[in-house]
Design a protein around this ligand. Structure first.
Ligand code: BMA
Length: 320
């Protein structure tokens, strides 16, 4: 993937004051991305100096220069979870039938939950799913139904290392008829010990190609004494049975190298969270020459953009 020469394309300095909570913020990172109303939309994870987390939208006509709005996007119905909401973060965006679907993580007392909101605009997002049965994160909803059902990937947090926040080594697939009730279908992939992707989690929602579902994920190398290294890779999943892995990048396709990726709130992090694919006919699979824009959090501080094509990502999955 090629980094944009405008990187970091978005920083805390681009976030306007939004009284009374948001002013001179600490960071803007890990954005969800989609096409909405004929424009590119990023939903930013913004962290205030009080370490509150809010979502702020940013719009663009060229995918590089974003206009950050002075408004906070809310999700109605969070009180119905029965658990305190300390942070809602890493929103991943999917559009199905002109509806916006947001999958996100919620920090509650002693656990992280997967949640999904839906709405016809940023003004009426409403909570539709919230899973209290387990600690989990990095949920993404597929951009179309498969076999008549909604699908999502998520990453249960079953690994706690050295007192760190629990993380995970397995991405699983779940299915739903209504976006509200989800049933696990099975395991999709696991981390590879001592490789670049020991811990793993989904990046942006997958995209349908002529060869199957192409999915960008993050991998964490944990075998260094003092720091975890967050990188990006890709995997190709069967079109009809996405629990079946067809091919997976042996190496990372993006790793922290630039200063803004190496230094920040959490050093050595590239965290892909949004993806927009250009040049796809409605309802069609993304062709090999389609341009792919990947928006990622850099060092949990700002936003980077890396560009590639569907063909190059598929080739990277197959590389020996
Ligand atoms: C992960 C998530 C991300 C974050 C990353 C690096 O576990 O919490 O939100 O960007 O760690 O700190």
């Amino acid at each position: 993937m090629l980094r944009s020469s405008s990187n970091p394309i978005l920083t805390r300095d681009d976030v306007p004051a939004i009284p009374p909570t948001v002013s001179n913020v600490s960071s803007a990172f890990n954005p969800g991305a989609c096409r909405w109303d004929g424009r590119d939309l990023l939903l930013l994870r913004v962290q205030t100096r009080g370490r509150e987390t809010v979502w702020v939208p940013a719009w663009s006509d060229n995918g590089v220069a974003f206009d950050v709005k002075d408004r906070i996007v809310e999700v109605a119905g969070m009180e119905a979870t029965g658990e305190p909401t300390h942070h809602m973060y890493d929103p991943r965006l999917t559009v199905i039938d002109d509806e916006l679907i947001v999958a996100f993580a919620v920090d509650t007392d002693g656990a992280c939950r997967v949640a999904i909101a839906r709405g016809t605009s940023l003004d009426n997002l409403t909570l539709v799913a919230y899973d209290t049965t387990r600690d989990s994160r990095n949920a993404v909803v597929f951009p179309e139904k498969v076999g008549g059902r909604y699908l999502r990937l998520e990453r249960p947090n079953r690994v706690a290392r050295n007192g760190a926040v629990p993380s995970g080594v397995e991405i699983v697939l779940a299915a739903s008829d209504d976006l509200a009730t989800w049933t696990e279908v099975g395991s999709v992939m696991t981390g590879r010990p001592r490789s670049w992707d020991e811990l793993i989690g989904s990046g942006p929602p997958p995209v349908r190609t002529e060869r199957g579902w192409l999915h960008i994920y993050h991998g964490v190398a944990t075998h260094f004494a003092s720091v975890n290294i967050y990188q990006a890779g890709a995997v190709l999943l069967d079109a009809n049975d996405p629990t079946r892995v067809i091919a997976r990048t042996r190496r990372n396709i993006l790793e922290p190298r630039m200063t803004y990726e190496l230094i920040g709130q959490v050093p050595n992090v590239v965290f892909p969270s949004g993806m927009i694919v250009d040049g796809v006919a409605p309802g069609a699979a993304a062709p090999n020459d389609a341009r792919v824009r990947v928006y990622y959090g850099a060092a949990d501080t700002c936003v980077g953009l890396a560009v590639t094509t569907i063909g190059d990502l598929l080739a990277a999955c197959e590389e020996a």
